[in-house]
Design a protein around this ligand. Sequence first.
Ligand SMILES: [Zn+2]
Length: 123
Amino acid sequence: MPLKHIKRLFLGNKPRIPREEALKVFQRDQFKCQYCGLDGLASFENWMLLTIDHVHPYSRGGPRHSHNQVTACQPCNLIKGTHHFGSIEDARRFVMAKRSEWRDVYEKEYRPAAAKAAGAAAG
Ligand SMILES: [Zn+2]
C-alpha cells in the first residue's frame, strides 16, 4: 500500500497544515487548548495532544486561515468534530458539555470497573 494511502487511513482527509503555520497558531494561543485549557507546555505528553481545529470546519467550507484556526487537544478536536458553531464560545460550551457527560459515564461505569479489575488482579 502506498504511503499516501496509509497516511490518509490514519489522518483522514483533513487539510495538512504546515508546521510553521501550526506553530503560529499554537504561539498565539499560548499552547493551550482553546476548549478545555489543557496546557501543551506542561509536559511532553500534553504537547503531543495539540492539534489545530478549524472553528468553522474546513470540510464544511471553513477557511484555512489562522482567524478560523485554534489550538485544540485531540479529545476536544474529536468531540467538536465537524459541528459548525457561530462562535468559539458556542463551540467551547458544546465541547465542555460533552466532556462533562463523558466524565459522568467514566466515573459511574468505567472507573469502578477498572478499580474492580485492578483489585482482582492484585488478588
Ligand atoms: Zn481540550
